[in-house]
Design a protein around this ligand. Structure first.
Ligand code: HEM
Ligand code: HEM
Ligand code: SF4
Ligand code: SF4
Length: 312
């Protein structure tokens, strides 16, 4: 390609958030001699008004290329392509008028991102927005001033469905779970079996898959084989259940997440080019997610202290 990395570019006081890009033939392509990317911290759950999105786009049309990526794999709003003199202007406008900060880049805490969670979703086992926002505020220094040996990502999923794929894409994945029993509504179970309620929220209703068969569609797909019928009652051996979400996704009106909710912390997911994707490993099986989240911060800060000493 005819692109090259330049020196470090950024805004005053921050070490991250701007990724410098230059063309290696600026005489030939003066319009893209600089083409820096800016990462903007997205709101938790990615909620916007149309008016706000228009303002973001107007700013980027005015001071950048107008090309955006909503949202990048980091979670950020990505503004692709601007020049060095525009950076401070954009930063001022973002932080003062639009009340939005830069995100992370380089060897810092990357912009934390979360699923839509309890704002819309009945499977959320903790308030992903609250925890994502809280830790974003708490670790502003780590986010804006690269002091780590390498990048570090937090992602927050309200349940093991993992809508932000935290288990595959974050150094620390916070995945909602419960430690009591799946709640069963036996009447609704009978209604699924009887065909009165379509399985999977009706998602496959157009397909000719025949009547719903609880044995083949639910029990045989339960990874720990811990579900069975006793007469017309559905039974679950909850201590064997791994919270894979399959049965709950397929029969959401009959099965619900438990009431004693919290999250699991997994660490170390990465996608090395040669070895392929590696999922995170379980570090903390269950922890309550309650403000001010001191127990969670203790885990984070212990890991960072050790890593900053030992990491290369
Ligand atoms: C020498 C040229 C370039 C290099 C070395 C480069 C390198 C990178 C790297 C290392 C990342 C981060 C990947 C990650 O950790 O997720 C990235 C992200 C990205 N790059 Fe480039 N890039 C270059 C040019 C470009 C150009 C010309 C474009 C578009 C016109 C582009 C678009 C993007 C986008 C959209 C992302 C994802 C941002 C995000 O999801 O946060 N890059 N690039
Ligand atoms: C047949 C053509 C294409 C296919 C099949 C394809 C497929 C995909 C897939 C599957 C992903 C998601 C990867 C993931 O998140 O795991 C992806 C992401 C992406 N694609 Fe494509 N793509 C195509 C063409 C293009 C083109 C032409 C562009 C840009 C000009 C583009 C830009 C991107 C970018 C920027 C992302 C990352 C979005 C993010 O940061 O989350 N793709 N593409
Ligand atoms: S990860 Fe779970 S809680 Fe979050 S939006 Fe997806 S299904 Fe809902
Ligand atoms: S959540 Fe998964 S492991 Fe648990 S009972 Fe349902 S299908 Fe089985």
């Amino acid at each position: 390609t005819h692109w090259k990395h330049g020196g470090i570019v950024g805004v005053f006081g921050y070490g991250g958030g701007v990724i410098g890009r230059y063309c290696d033939q600026p005489q030939k392509f003066p319009g893209v001699a600089h083409f820096h990317t800016m990462r903007i911290n997205q709101p938790s759950g990615k909620f916007y008004t149309a008016e706000y999105l228009r303002k973001l786009c107007d700013l980027w049309d005015f001071r950048g290329s107008g090309i955006t990526n909503m949202h990048g794999s980091t979670g950020d709003i990505i503004f692709l392509g601007t020049t060095t003199p525009q950076l401070e202007e954009i930063f001022y406008e973002m932080t003062h008028t639009l009340k939005q900060d830069l995100g992370g880049s380089g060897s810092n805490l990357r912009t934390p991102s979360d699923c839509i969670g309890s704002a819309r979703c009945e499977f959320a086992c903790y308030d992903t927005h609250a925890l994502c926002y809280h830790l974003t505020q708490e670790y502003q220094d780590e986010l804006h001033r690269p002091a780590f040996p390498y990048k570090f990502k937090f992602k927050f999923d309200g349940c093991p469905n993992c809508c932000v794929a935290s288990i595959a894409r974050a150094d620390m994945s916070y995945i909602g779970t419960w430690r009591d029993d799946i709640r069963i509504d036996q009447e609704a179970v009978a209604a699924y079996i009887g065909g009165e309620i379509p399985p999977n929220g009706g998602a496959h209703s157009g397909r000719d898959w025949g009547p719903f068969d609880i044995q083949s569609e639910i029990f045989d797909n339960c990874p720990t084989d811990c579900m069975w019928m006793e007469g017309d009652k559905l039974m679950i051996d909850n201590k064997e259940c791994t919270r894979c979400m399959h049965c709950i996704n397929a029969m959401p009106r009959a099965l619900r997440i438990g009431n004693d909710r919290g999250l699991s912390i997994l660490v170390g997911a990465k996608a090395p080019i040669l070895d392929g994707a590696q999922m995170g490993s379980m570090l903390v099986p269950f922890i309550k997610a309650e403000e001010p989240y001191d127990a969670i911060k203790e885990v984070i800060e212990g890991i960072w202290d050790w890593w900053m000493e030992e990491g290369k």
